[in-house]
Design a protein around this ligand. Sequence first.
Ligand SMILES: *Cc1c(COP(=O)(O)O)cnc(C)c1O
Length: 341
Amino acid sequence: MSPPYPKRVALAHTPTPLQHLSRLSQRTGFELYVKRDDLTGCGLSGNKVRKLEFVLAEALGQSADHVITCGKVQSNHARATALAAGRLGLKCSLVLRCQDPKHPPRPAGNHLLDVLAGAHIHWIDYAQWPDREAIMAEIARTINDSGGKCYQIPFGASNALGAWGEIRAMEELRGDLSGLPGGLEVPVSLVTAAGSGGALAGYSLGARLFGIPAKVLGINVDDYDFIVNTVGKVHREAAEKYGLTQTPVRGRDYDLIDGYLGEGYALSTPEEIEFIYEIARLEGLVLDPVYTGKALRGLLKELKNNPAAFARRIVFMHTGGIFHLFTEMPGLDRADPSVLS
Ligand SMILES: *Cc1c(COP(=O)(O)O)cnc(C)c1O
């Protein structure tokens, strides 16, 4: 069975491995796997690359020579877009949010890669952030007025077109799971960090399409209601635009688990940072502080406090984000290894 995939431009190194986490499995009593979508590339890595394969194919199909998207200063999506644009010979503009556009931060982490890729950065502040799509449209108009052709990618590439990237990841996962004992007969809990909601929307669509016996669980690392809204929007758009009418049902096919946002988006508590140290030592697995660190920590807490809500077989989506470790994050280099077990 192959769903009506839209045009795709190959950018991601796929298939990514499904890796067993033996020590963490032993510790939790669950059968834990991680789908290594952090290995979709080097600079061009993480879950955003899969979305961009479809989104940028549409941009090329419309003969665009310039793309524009937006994000917060350490956006993985903006970085992936800047590098993918470079790879395809497109110009790239980014609308990035920071505290004070008159004094933007020094390039580091993802932002450094944006600069390296030659992206034009337009800084906006927190008050302008709700108007980001209109601000991008305005910049795109200016580019078009001076003879360019600019394609606008929404926040997180979280629309139905981008969701095809996650649907394709589920096609891959179907093959991965077939190779495990019991194959596709064994129920699975599929767990992901949810930032804008696109990943949760796409994985849940893909799991239904490919008959994976999985409930997809998002753990929010940003505003809960915004994510729930985006998931609904993407599902509706997927039905209208692509005829994907087997819409996942919240509660049955997917859900969003609250309680692990901590201090807020991209803010870390000492416990969250210690958890990243702990997993790196236990499994050699590098998590990021904004998405995967919070989500895996949330998952392990849920397994302890609410085990009946999970299947015995669990797949955690490693959606990438490593570059955030290479920024001046308060506390990141100050975790006291002696307090770790
Ligand atoms: C964007 C992102 C996510 C979440 O994806 P959404 O589609 O925005 O919900 C998870 N992990 C990482 C590392 C990301 O960059």
